[in-house]
Design a protein around this ligand. Structure first.
Ligand code: HEM
Length: 178
């Protein structure tokens, strides 16, 4: 998993809960890389899972909820870090349908070692169905990123169904514009 996913998570934890909580969860997570991450490095995605589990234990919030919250925040950060991906795209549905065949393709060119999920998107009038499939358990991250995307474009769109598998490696999201 790319370091940017870690460094942005550290930033969110530090600004929300403080440096002590961040140091604490890095200690308790028993990480492979001992908490030394750079945005362009590549790290075991299990380290991300361990960090979220440690934070969950520390602040008593379930892991899925934390990952989803982080996804929403991360989308806002992508807007700042990768503004080029937003050029000429003005709606949630068109942005989301570009993830698999454009945005993540460009991400892979920027970082050839990136490990990305597979998305399938079907738009049907005011509705959109997105399926997520990955070797990694980040279905709730996808849900949070989708919510961040809706917020970014300021549209009234709801995720009316989010079926995320128990192991969190696959999901189906149904969105509806109101
Ligand atoms: C500007 C928009 C976006 C950028 C630049 C971007 C970039 C990235 C990057 C750099 C990673 C890490 C790859 C790795 O760990 O090796 C990633 C992973 C991921 N992205 Fe995106 N992404 C964007 C939007 C989205 C959106 C809107 C969704 C949800 C629909 C999404 C879903 C995911 C998920 C779930 C992962 C975790 C890896 C996995 O599940 O296998 N991304 N993305």
């Amino acid at each position: 998993m790319k370091g940017v996913v870690f460094t942005e998570f550290f930033e969110l934890v530090e600004t929300t809960f403080g440096e002590d909580v961040l140091d604490d969860i890095i200690d308790k997570a028993d990480l492979d890389s001992e908490g030394a991450y750079t945005a362009v490095g590549k790290y075991d995605h299990d380290d991300m899972v361990k960090l979220v589990e440690a934070l969950s234990a520390e602040i008593n919030v379930p892991v899925p909820e934390l990952i989803e919250t982080y996804g929403k925040y991360l989308f806002g950060r992508f807007v700042v870090i990768y503004p080029g991906f937003f050029d000429g795209v003005s709606s949630t549905f068109s942005f989301l349908s570009r993830i698999d065949n454009h945005i993540h393709v460009e991400v892979k060119k920027l970082y050839p070692d990136a490990e990305l999920p597979v998305f399938d998107a079907i738009i049907n009038g005011p509705k959109m169905t997105m399926t997520y499939d990955s070797k990694r358990p980040f279905g709730y991250l996808a849900k949070g990123l989708i919510n961040g995307c809706i917020e970014h474009f300021g549209e009234t769109i709801e995720i009316i169904r989010a079926d995320i598998s128990t192991d969190m490696t696959s999901a189906t999201f149904e969105l509806e514009a109101r």
